[in-house]
Design a protein around this ligand. Sequence first.
Ligand code: HEM
Length: 557
Amino acid sequence: MSTLKCAATAAISVQFLPRLGIAKLESWSSVGIAFLVLFAINWIAVAAFNIFIYPHYFSPYRHLPGPKGGHWFFGQFPLFFKQKYPWSIYVDWVREFPGVPVIRYLTIANNEVLVPLTPEGMKECLMVKCYEFKKTEQWLRMVLDFAGWGIVTFSGAAHRASRRMLSKPFSLSNIRKLEPIFNQKALELCDVMAKTADTTGVIDAIELMAKTTLDIMGLAALGRELSHLQSATSSGKDKAASAYAGDKKEDNYDFHDAYQCIVSPSMTGKILLFASGYLNVRWLPLQANREFKRATAFLNGTLLSLIRQRTAEVHGAMRAGTHEVKDSRDILTFIAEESLPGSGGAAEGITEDEFVGNLLQIMVAGHETSATVLTWSAYIFATDHAIQDRVRAEINALLATTPNPTYADLETLHYTDNLLKEVNRVFSPAAVTYREAAQDLTFQGIPLRKGTVLDVIPAVTHMDPQIWGKSVDDFDPSRWDADRLTATQADPYVFAGFSNGPRICLGKTFAWLEMKLVLVQMVPRFRFLKVEKPFEIESPGLATRPSEMMLRIEKIE
Ligand code: HEM
């Protein structure tokens, strides 16, 4: 918009140059050059004003509390590269500004970002005014390149329609029917771990958990066996192969390779992903871009052909009256059933792009997040054997009376439940989520202009000493015991790991059952002895994800 205004101002100003005796402009080329020069001067002046003057002297947010100083152009942005977890800087701020509802910090080009620091702020943004906010333009530019339009990227009415369409497959009654899938994949994981325990004794937990949850997503979302676990070992040869998936030949390039390329790219890939939020960088002739395009083309192409095939089968059978609605079915089949033209189904009229976008987004949202929680749980077992023993004792006690526990039986695993909550509190996998005011509005009493960006950070309430007291930094699953939780701690907007409100994680129940069943199968069979190697956490990043997690394990005979 400001570019257009600069162009308009330049066009008007050009006419005054001859009258003011500044230039004669006797030919079209001299008019063109004068226009370009004036446009450049305008543009630079506006940019300089926006970057160096507006945020410090004119912005209505300039009096909000927040970190001071910072880089003259990048503001507090460089601090994000110095933090241990992708959210550590926000936790420093919540401690530096206790009780402050909203702070402001400056990022690239001194752009202003607001951060709500209290459960009340979280509630107003995620629940009360959910649809007055949307995902940020910059985040959308990054994500749309590979995930397209779907439930995660939509806002407003389109988002509501996607939620309606997906409510059946994500209902509790349907999730409970997925139990055999979760168990089957958890047992395959145990087979791989058993083989490793007999050989090197060291697993890369993040790699194994990611393969397990991706295989689960394959069956639950697509009704298709992706079989990554079966090929998984922790041998150096396989690890090297998966790390350089970009070089893989067409015939053995698969979902896992494509996913890894997108969710865990090389350093150049990360820089390009970030830059793509601001500029179109995907045309640059770089290896990381070639790998990115290959991965997105693979994922989109594979999903599209599956969708076409399944939709044709389902619609054909529905029209012929032979379609058998199975008790348990995958999300792709659900959507295909709901999209039969003329049926009035919740997915009627869905475009192929939206169909692909929704499936892809569900798989991305549901794959790494659960894998990360399982990985951090295994890390806690390896570093705190008392917690590990207590979880095992609780699970073994249940299995002794109920060898095939149902959803209701799993609900009685209180300590395991608390463990998962505490992992989500301390290592919240969705480290940062972003919102942008979709219109002018009031937020926490502050008038917000359309386009104002908010960072919504679960760790802000998860790690606030004002809420959790002196033990805030301790890992203590028992803090979630109902009789220990204070009213403030029990506030539903304090536990923000799955977000809240109309955009609360659609897969929360799915994830909870999946993670519990993996623990129920794995913990009685294996002891986690120690962390074999120091590891790094990918930061800055969107997830609290270790780049690797090498753990020494042994079988329990
Ligand atoms: C421990 C595991 C998980 C965590 C911590 C988690 C966390 C989250 C969070 C924080 C959001 C909100 C993001 C935002 O608003 O920007 C979200 C949204 C979402 N999650 Fe999850 N998630 C998990 C597992 C899953 C699983 C297993 C699935 C699917 C099978 C899933 C599907 C989704 C979808 C579709 C959305 C978008 C919802 C919407 O915008 O309406 N998630 N998740």
